[in-house]
Write a protein that binds this ligand. Structure first.
Ligand SMILES: NC(=O)c1ccc[n+]([C@@H]2O[C@H](COP(=O)([O-])OP(=O)(O)OC[C@H]3O[C@@H](n4cnc5c(N)ncnc54)[C@H](O)[C@@H]3O)[C@@H](O)[C@H]2O)c1
Length: 457
């Protein structure tokens, strides 16, 4: 079996290497010469656990090129970004890839689309372009197999997750199932193309809506003066309740994007769009929290710790930190950023000590494990305030070092921080607005940990 895979990014490359490692002859195709050169020189264009070993296993049967070759099967894994202005999917990469495949297509070939697309894209956009080859669908086979893997666990999830395969017809579905079965250990469920497209979008929309609900609970809890983390832990004791964690917003190329693909052509949608709005407004909410804490401080500086959209990865695509930083700078705050997982970011990154230097408020936006053990004692802050938007810090330790702690969704810490007392350093506050900000003592929570979580810390 010879497979040609278009798009050697986070999804296409591991997929190509898995097929090659399981016996297929694989031609990996990318329009970026740099990606092709990198691979053909034995290097990998990005890091992912286990991918180096997989590459060594696969390299005898894998070659990278900028143009496809004739093959038995073609797999398309190119980007499907969201147009930021219109909030409509940009299918230009998928269209181009389908037109390219059409030039190499023969009767009997199988074409698989892995890219995430709005419902109906296979029928309306991809298949008609493939048919420009002069071969009608049915004479070539077609299936959509959406990808469920997440960065950081890509290989584990590509092989272990269940999969949905939606074929144009029975024969297409069975052929696509057979080739995935060479390396997928998870169950494979079969359906049609449009349902497979819809299912993928439903999955990420479900997560987005549930995160929005947690974020709304966090804001309500603050209004009610209770700790949402404790409340969620307790609510989740219900056998049919599973509330997610609140946070600074939703990012990444999937959860923050896919709900738009589902609703872009709908006139009926309310809940999905509202959830997007709730999650997109979380950086505004956090800035409002910070603004309250820093009001009156002259020339305030904020330190942002963690600029990725989730913990322990280096991906900053659609990260809520980007919006938070931009809003904060527009409002006149100096912003200093630190993220040990990120190499490149539009805003300069510095080490933890530099980022905290002279700062008035440290804001934790990403739940990197390394932040859990930060030693607050040595941080050269000007004002000891920390906003923990992920509830990951050891609050007792930070309070012990004189920090005022404000945890997103903790109405108890919100009140303590605003009502307590500290003596601000001389000259730090504008004379007319001397505010009092206190070190918090941890909220008293029986049975649960100090963070309101069970078995945590
Ligand atoms: N990354 C994930 O975790 C993830 C998870 C599930 C689904 N997806 C979906 O998978 C698809 C691919 O995502 P990704 O993260 O791998 O993207 P990516 O940006 O990492 O990689 C895509 C690659 O495709 C190449 N490319 C673009 N046009 C091409 C063409 N015509 N021919 C050949 N190569 C071309 C690009 O140069 C790039 O290297 C998207 O639809 C995405 O939504 C991604």
């Amino acid at each position: 079996m010879k497979i040609c895979i278009l798009g050697l990014g986070y999804i296409g490359l591991p997929t190509a290497l898995l097929f090659a490692a399981h016996g297929a002859e694989v031609v990996g195709v990318d329009v970026k010469q740099s990606v092709v050169d990198c691979l053909n020189h034995g290097n990998l264009p990005f890091n992912e656990p286990g991918i180096g070993d997989l590459y060594r296993e696969a390299k005898e049967r894998f070659v990278a090129k900028t143009e496809p070759e004739t093959a038995d099967a073609f797999l398309i894994a190119v980007p499907t970004p969201l147009d930021p202005a219109t909030k409509v999917s940009d299918l230009s990469y998928v269209k181009k890839a389908a037109e390219t495949v059409a030039r190499y297509l023969s009767a009997g070939n199988l074409v698989i689309l892995e890219s995430t697309v709005p419902p109906g894209t296979s029928e309306r956009v991809v298949i008609p372009r493939l048919e420009r080859s002069g071969i009608a669908v049915g004479d070539f086979h077609y299936a959509h197999c959406p990808e469920r893997a997440i960065p950081g666990r890509t290989l584990q999830e590509m092989t272990g997750n269940t999969r949905i395969i939606g074929g144009y017809d029975r024969d297409s579905t069975d052929r696509a199932t057979a080739i995935y079965q060479t390396f997928v250990r998870g169950q494979i469920y079969q359906t049609n193309t449009r349902t497979a497209e819809f299912v993928k979008l439903m999955e990420n929309t479900c997560r987005d809506v549930n995160i929005a609900l947690a974020n709304e609970f966090a804001q309500l809890a603050e209004e009610c003066g209770i700790n949402v983390w404790e409340a969620i832990t307790l609510a989740n004791k219900h056998p049919r309740v599973s509330i997610l964690n609140p946070g600074p917003g939703v990012g990444g190329h999937c959860i923050a994007v896919d709900p738009w693909f589902l609703t872009e052509n709908s006139t009926r949608c309310k809940m999905v769009s509202t959830a997007r709005e709730v999650n997109d407004s979380m950086p505004n909410y956090l800035l409002h929290v910070v603004r309250n804490l820093l009001s009156g401080i002259r020339n305030p500086t904020i330190s942002v710790f963690g600029v990725t959209y989730k913990g322990n990865i280096g991906d900053t695509r659609e990260s809520p930190a980007i919006k938070f930083i931009q809003l904060a700078e527009n409002e006149g705050y100096a912003v200093r950023c630190h993220d040990p997982h990120v190499a490149e970011f539009p805003h300069p990154l510095m080490d933890a000590m530099d980022a905290a230097s002279g700062s008035d408020c440290l804001v934790v936006l990403a739940d990197h494990d390394c932040f859990r053990t930060i030693e607050p004692a040595g941080l050269p802050m000007r004002t000891k305030i920390v906003v923990d938007a992920r509830n990951i810090l050891d609050h007792e330790k930070w309070a012990g070092q004189g920090f005022a702690i404000r945890v997103l969704g903790d109405g108890v810490s919100a009140q303590q921080v605003l009502l307590g007392e500290i003596t601000p350093p001389a000259g730090l506050y504008a004379a007319e607005t001397v505010r009092s900000i206190a070190s918090t003592s941890p909220p008293s929570i029986s049975l649960l940990s100090q963070n309101g979580r069970e078995g945590y810390l």
